[in-house]
Design a protein. Structure first.
Length: 475
């Protein structure tokens, strides 16, 4: 495992553009220091007119950079720490396709530093038998320090800075659970004084794990050492496993209003509902919900109604289900062509009757459940230049959401923002959606993102290149 700060990794520099309501922060390209020196040297040997002309032609001020634009040979992207309240990166060896943030007992609405977060994640290893569930504790997460002018620091100050930097290094503690097959998706929940994680395996099996012991272990070095010794020859077994799906899948979600109830969807099209019983296991309805004609990509239970859930599919549709009805009659509403191609992900707003969807077409669509019968989104945003891989509404700000895509971007949005074109200083930026608040880059092949419910504004993302945990200055 490797922790490191994101200097030179998260390729983000920002410029503030005042829109109505909130500022927007966008990536900038910065000219290299060598070229700036060359310009100064060249201008010193010319006439005053030549110097002024050179300044116009070779302006070394930061320039607005939009993702996808080619960089010139002498330009580079650097990380502007002032864009973040906090920014850290972690690597886990084998990358994780999916993770979830585990609720903790450290309190809600936390804003003090250093911060601590708990995750459960699943690996994508080179061989099926090398995969693991990772129960992770990220701690000593300090506020990001702004870059200081090195020329103004003497050796004593440098030594003090080094000691301070050492004390502020983030820490990651983890415990393993052996897992057969790559973990396609994983979700955590609290249930009967325990913390459970449900994992979708590429081998077509869904497992439920009790990760309470692993969470205790990452909090106590002695317990962790004992756990590692105990599990060498006695690997942890799942509480319950279901092999009834005909193919592997990605759709999985715990019901937030009825503890222990789970929904899983596979690549064939089938959706199964799980319910806990008094014996401590689960009863899975063998009759799948009927409606989709292709792979079920994502599932979201209603945040308010315990029998209602939403799904999206490769068949381009979004469907709303009522699990009280017979499986072949459970689909109550549907939008058959919600996107031009696969609908990859959805998120149900916890405060307002909205669902956001992201597709292979790179679009984000906002759906008002009160008007879903009209089959038309109430909002559409196109910024991502590749398939959208993850979306999630903010838990306390109903107009704020985040999206990630295969274009290596995380975008933060506020649907309540309106633009005032008079405040835009760069003509290129007028083509951007006014609701776009912030672009985070620096990761490759981003798979999933989640807001931390107990630390407002804190976001965790996973990608082929590892994890980022950050809080921007815009949310």
């Amino acid at each position: 495992m490797l922790w490191c700060s994101c200097y030179g990794v998260s390729l983000l520099v920002v410029i503030k553009l005042l829109f109505v309501g909130k500022p927007i922060f966008l990536v900038l390209a910065v000219m290299s220091a060598n070229e700036a020196d060359d310009q100064m040297e060249a201008s010193s040997s010319g006439s005053e007119d030549e110097v002024m002309e050179g300044e116009e032609e070779n302006d070394d001020r930061p320039k607005t950079y939009l993702p996808g634009q080619p960089l010139k040979e002498d330009e580079q992207l650097v990380c502007d720490q002032s864009a973040y309240v906090m920014l850290h990166q972690a690597q886990t060896g084998a990358p994780c396709l999916s993770f979830d943030i585990v609720p903790d007992n450290l309190g809600n609405d936390r804003s003090e530093f250093p911060m601590t977060a708990y995750l459960v994640a699943g690996t994508q290893a080179s061989s099926a038998h090398l995969n693991n569930l990772l129960v992770i504790k990220m701690s000593n997460l300090h506020q990001t320090s702004k870059a200081e002018d090195e020329e103004d620091s003497d050796e004593d100050e440098d030594d003090d800075d080094e000691e301070e930097d050492e004390e502020k290094k983030p820490l990651m503690t983890f415990s393993f659970i052996k897992h057969q097959g790559c973990v396609n998706r994983i979700r955590a929940t609290s249930f009967r004084n325990s913390v459970l994680a449900a994992s979708w395996s590429e081998l077509g099996r869904v497992d439920i794990w009790n990760i309470t012991q692993q969470l205790q272990a990452v909090d106590d070095p002695a317990l962790l050492e004992r756990y590692n010794l105990d599990t060498v020859n006695n690997p942890v077994k799942p509480l319950y496993s279901f092999n009834g799906h005909q193919q592997e899948g990605f759709g999985i979600d715990w019901c937030p209003t009825e503890t222990g109830v789970l929904a899983t969807g596979d690549c064939r099209r089938d959706i199964h509902i799980w319910k806990p019983n008094q014996a401590g296991t689960w009863e899975v309805d063998q009759r799948p919900l009927v409606g989709h004609t292709s792979s079920v990509e994502d599932i979201q239970w209603s945040p308010n109604e315990r029998n209602v859930l939403a799904t999206c599919s490769v068949d381009k549709s979004i469907r709303i289900w009522d699990t009280r009805a017979a499986p072949h009659k459970a689909c109550m509403l549907s939008v058959e062509n919600a996107h031009e191609s696969d609908v990859n992900v959805i998120s149900w707003n916890s405060k307002e009757p909205f669902i956001v969807s992201g597709g292979d077409d790179g679009f984000l669509h906002i759906w008002d459940l009160r008007q879903l019968a009209n089959k038309t989104p109430v909002g559409t945003f196109k910024h991502h230049t590749a398939p959208v891989t993850s979306v999630e509404w903010h838990w306390t700000e109903p107009s704020v959401l985040a999206s990630a895509g295969e274009d290596h971007q995380v975008a933060l949005w506020d649907l309540a923002v309106e633009r005032d074109d008079d405040d835009i200083v760069d003509e290129e930026l007028k083509n951007l959606p006014p609701q776009l608040l912030f672009i985070h880059q620096g990761q490759s092949d981003i798979k999933e993102l989640h807001w931390h419910k107990q630390m407002p504004g804190v976001m965790v993302t996973t990608a082929h290149t590892g994890f980022n945990i950050f809080k921007s200055i815009s949310v």
